[in-house]
Structures are given as structure tokens and as C-alpha cells.
Design a protein around this ligand. Structure first.
Ligand code: SAH
Length: 401
């Protein structure tokens, strides 16, 4: 995407009334069904979006393949500061994202540096794990050669990382009709390191693991939950041991459950790294909780952090049933005064419906639940209020009597 000489030279995409209202209401996405015309607009272009009468509404990144055809990057329309040089804007926004992290991130060398729309950089995710940066590119516009070069050189200039690794989600590239490419090193030569959050150390291998490697969005919730955790603790859906390792500092006995053997192998190495004894159990969490509940196993602290059950709106009812079953079983297994830490990372399950599900589970389990903290994602995963999709994580810490 070469810099364009003036905003009037940008290709135009005309929106329907509904598409235009969406932008006027503060959102930054417009779906393909709300595009009236995008004739001759190249995939991944910087475009001027207009309403039906041709009035400009701002500058956006265009995707010819995704259902989200328009991602607004600027509402500037007066041409006072027209966005014509996207790589230059990108550099400024990466600098701003880093400055924001410098003001809100504490006690960690691992955090999200850029969170897509929430950092006004739609389609770009950058995570830092100590001296390694992990990058994800999710849209045609961000995959452009000049854009990639600007992102990488700005990150090197501002953060001086040892390496930069790209994590590719093949499904996203397919949906965006982008050519396949492997996850790979983009800069430097090291792909593994050790990072530290809240004083707990973790092994990190940039080309292994789920998401970009760890669940950084839970960082502040680990620390919050560890304040209340006590006694015998069970971390269900433990992955590489996030909650379990934090609990091990204050609980005499901790076990972690996950169905993924590779995740548990890293969890075990993490326990050794922190000189902790934790029992790792490879099992289907639903079956295990059922067996443990009928065997009258009891715990003082249980964390539940399942994968997203509702990937789409249609899955919502089934997802809520899944969450309820898990929470019901955990509630039955908690001793009086016990601590439940229960999470959902499904965007489609709102905080009110998650709390309602929890209230139902408490009723069915004949237990009273008192909320200690109702939390969300860590501050390095900012929530842009007019873009509800940026808020997805729920983490409730409650005491059971
Ligand atoms: N609590 C973790 C993140 C959990 S992600 C952390 O803080 O790092 C969800 C985890 O659930 C993944 O590790 C996945 O392997 C595991 N998982 C998915 N389905 C499962 C099942 N049915 N039983 C047990 N684990 C499961």
C-alpha cells in the first residue's frame, strides 16, 4: 500500500444507511452487507468511507474477503490531517500503545503491547514475553508488505527485542483470502525465553502453545485470586499452570487439570522453575469433576477457566449449560468458606448472563455465593467502550457458604 498523495485520491467505499449509522454510533466495523459500492477497490486498501450521499465519514481499512469489510482508523474528514500515509499513522499508534502500557502495566515482563481495535490498530496483535515479541496479523491491510515493514521496524526501534516471531492462525488467513504462510521468526534468532509475572516464572516457546503462547489476559486475575486462595486448591483447565502456580505460593496442596498433555508438560516444567510441587492431572474436566463430586472430594479453592464455549451467538444456550454444569459441580465440591474463581472468555456470554448462570448454579447446588470481585481482562487488553467486542473476559471471585 504505497502512501497516497492526498485524501481525495483514496478509493471510496459507500455505505448503506445502516452501515453509516453504525459508524456514527461509535463502532468501527461495517459488515459487507452494509456496503453499497466498493468498485475497483483493491484488497487491503486504505479507503475513504462515505454515506449514501457521498459525504465522507472517515478513513478505513478495506477487506475484500472478511465479513467485516470496513475497519475505521480515523474519523477525520476535514482534511486538516488526512490519513494518507498509513505506515506513518501506524508508527504513531504503536508508540501510543507502548506509552499506554508503560503507564498501566506493573509486575510483569509479559503483556499485550497492541490489542487490535482497542489500540486503534485493527488487525494487529503484539504480545511481549520478556525479550521476545509475538505478532499476529489478522487482516489484508495489516498483511501488506510496507505495513509489515513499518510494524516490525517501529517495534525494533521502540522496544529493542531479542526476537520477533509471527504466530499465524491459518483459519484467519483463509477467511481473509491471504496466501498461506508458516509461523516463523521475523527478526532475531531466539524463539524461547522465560518470562515473569507477579513474581511467578514461566517458560515460553514462541513457536509452540495456544494463542500467542500464554493467557496474558488473566495476569491481574491470577494475582487477585491468589489473595484469597487457601487450603487445597484445584485449577481446572489449567493449561501451563497459570492459576495453579499462583495458588502454590499460598496453598499447601495444589492440583491442575487439563486435557492437553503438551500443556501439562510445560506446566510441570514451570512448577520446577518456581520450586513448587503441583499435581498435574491429564483428564477431561467434565468427567473428572463428575467423578470427584460423586467420590465426595472436597476443596477449599477451585478455579474454572474453560475455553470459549460460545464461539458464535448461536452457541449461547449450549455454552451457558456447559458453564452451569461446571460451576454446579465445583460449588458442590467446595468446603464452606471456600473460594470459587470462575471465568469465561466467550464474548457472546455477557457479564450479566454469566452472573445469572452462576446464581442459577448456586441455587441448584443449595449453596450461597457471595461475590468478592467481579473482574475482566487485564488492563493491557483495553476495552474500547463503543466496540463491545473488545470486552470478552469475565472472572468472578466468590466465597461459598
Ligand atoms: N487457565 C489457563 C488457560 C486455560 S485455556 C491459564 O490461565 O493459562 C483452556 C484450557 O482448557 C486449554 O489448556 C485446553 O487444553 C483445556 N481444555 C479444553 N477442553 C478441555 C476439557 N474438556 N477438559 C480439560 N481441559 C480442556
Amino acid at each position: 500500500m504505497p502512501p497516497t498523495p492526498s485524501s481525495s485520491a483514496l478509493p471510496k467505499v459507500k455505505l448503506s444507511l445502516r452501515g453509516a449509522s453504525r459508524l456514527k454510533d461509535g463502532h468501527v466495523w461495517v459488515y459487507r452487507s452494509d456496503i453499497v459500492s466498493a468498485e475497483g477497490v483493491d484488497p487491503g486498501s486504505l479507503v475513504t468511507v462515505t454515506d449514501q450521499r457521498g459525504k465522507p465519514l472517515g478513513t478505513a481499512l478495506y477487506s475484500s474477503a472478511s465479513q467485516i469489510a470496513i475497519r475505521l482508523i480515523s474519523r477525520e474528514t476535514t482534511s486538516r490531517e488526512p490519513v494518507t500515509d498509513f505506515p506513518a499513522l501506524l508508527r504513531q499508534r504503536i508508540a501510543a500503545a507502548l506509552a499506554y502500557r508503560a503507564s498501566i502495566v506493573r509486575d510483569t515482563d509479559a503483556y499485550r503491547v497492541v490489542f487490535s481495535e482497542a489500540d486503534f490498530l485493527p488487525g494487529l496483535i503484539v504480545d511481549r514475553y520478556n525479550d521476545i515479541l509475538s505478532l499476529q496479523i489478522l487482516t489484508q491491510a495489516m498483511d501488506d508488505k510496507l505495513v509489515r515493514e513499518a510494524v516490525i521496524s517501529e517495534l525494533i526501534h521502540r522496544t529493542n527485542p531479542r526476537s520477533i516471531v509471527e504466530r499465524v492462525d491459518p483459519r484467519v488467513r483463509e477467511l481473509e483470502k491471504l496466501p498461506r504462510r508458516p509461523s516463523d521468526l521475523l527478526y532475531g534468532d531466539e524463539t524461547s525465553t522465560i518470562f515473569t509475572m507477579n513474581g511467578v516464572q514461566f517458560h515460553y516457546d514462541a513457536l509452540e502453545g495456544q494463542k500467542t503462547g500464554a493467557f496474558l489476559d488473566q495476569r491481574e486475575n491470577y494475582a487477585a485470586a491468589a489473595q484469597y486462595a487457601r487450603g487445597e486448591a484445584l485449577d481446572v483447565f489449567c493449561y501451563q499452570g497459570g492459576f495453579a502456580l499462583h495458588f502454590a505460593a499460598c496453598c499447601p496442596h495444589v492440583a491442575g487439570v487439563d486435557s492437553s498433555r503438551p500443556a501439562l508438560e510445560v506446566a510441570d516444567q514451570n512448577a520446577a522453575l518456581n520450586h513448587r510441587e503441583i499435581e498435574w492431572i491429564e483428564a477431561n474436566a467434565f468427567d473428572l469433576l463428575k467423578d470427584y463430586a460423586s467420590a465426595n472430594r472436597r476443596y477449599d479453592t477451585i478455579a474454572l477457566d474453560p475455553p470459549a464455549f460460545a464461539k458464535t451467538k448461536r452457541d449461547l444456550d449450549a455454552a451457558l449449560r456447559g458453564y452451569k454444569e461446571l460451576n454446579l459441580r465445583a460449588l458442590k465440591m467446595l468446603r464452606p468458606g471456600g473460594i470459587l474463581v470462575t471465568c469465561s472468555c466467550s464474548y457472546h456470554v455477557s457479564q450479566p448472563s454469566f452472573l445469572e448462570m452462576l446464581a442459577d448454579a448456586a441455587l441448584d447446588a443449595h449453596r450461597a455465593l457471595r461475590l468478592i470481585e467481579v473482574r475482566g481482562q487485564a488492563k493491557d487488553h483495553p476495552i474500547l467502550l463503543n466496540v463491545p467486542e473488545t470486552a470478552y473476559l469475565k472472572c468472578v471471585i466468590a466465597t461459598v457458604s
